[in-house]
Design a protein around this ligand. Structure first.
Ligand SMILES: [Zn+2]
Length: 230
């Protein structure tokens, strides 16, 4: 199997983030304008005068960005992403913890748009079982970037993969976990998603996120059965 190096650093704002609600575009009001032939009513907004409103966004507060390596630090961050991020509030909490998902979120004047990121989280979640991934025909990623880096000393080359943002990195991590035959499952007791298979500490066909939940599930069922007995 080809060895490759994943190079990825990302940034967090230690001052935190704020969730800005969407702003609806202001309705266009026809107004009189002076022209050379006299005053006339402008009936349609011009391209520059049109107000397009603002989508819901997460903006950073403007502290000095702190650099870190998400993939080295968290070996199943993609799981947290697709399990946890289901709406604006949970995305906001994810960003506070791990930083924004794209370059826009790093730029103070733009901010991270909420809606497109939720589509990604949903799409990853919908592929998080082996059957679903097979049904989807696998996974095709546009990025991350690939590079062949010369190793001068050994006169060889190394394949290097550089995700361009955190979203890219999460998809790459997701693809790697899927390739390693690691399954994402929902715990039958608590409903949390967990990873199972080689190297995860849980068997591939495990039904519970941890042994105590297996015990709790069965004792709950036993007491329910006992209650239901005539
Ligand atoms: Zn559980």
């Amino acid at each position: 199997m080809a060895e490759f190096l994943v190079e990825f650093e990302w940034f967090k704002d230690p001052s935190g983030y704020e969730l800005l609600e969407a702003v609806a575009p202001r309705p266009w009001v026809p107004k009189p304008v002076k022209t050379i032939v006299g005053e006339m009513m402008m009936m349609e907004p011009g391209l520059l005068t049109q107000d397009s409103g603002q989508p819901q966004k997460i903006k950073r507060k403007g502290g000095e960005l702190k650099r870190y390596s998400p993939l080295d630090k968290y070996n199943s961050l993609c799981l947290t992403f697709c399990q946890y991020v289901q709406d604006a509030k949970s995305l906001f909490e994810f960003v506070n913890e791990f930083g924004p998902l794209t370059q826009y979120g790093l730029e103070q004047e733009y901010g991270e748009e909420v809606a497109p990121i939720l589509v990604h989280a949903d799409s990853m979640r919908s592929r998080s079982t082996k059957t679903a991934l097979f049904d989807a025909g696998g996974l095709y990623l546009q990025s991350p970037r690939l590079a062949l880096i010369p190793d001068e000393k050994n006169k060889t080359f190394r394949l290097q993969i550089s995700p361009k943002n955190l979203l890219d990195a999460l998809w790459l991590q997701f693809a790697q976990l899927c390739q390693e035959n690691i399954a994402f499952r929902t715990c039958e007791y608590c409903g949390d998603l967990f990873s199972a298979g080689p190297g995860t500490g849980r068997r591939y066909d495990a039904k519970f996120c941890k042994p105590p939940h297996q015990v709790a599930f069965h004792s709950r069922r036993r007491s329910k059965t006992a209650r239901d007995m005539p």
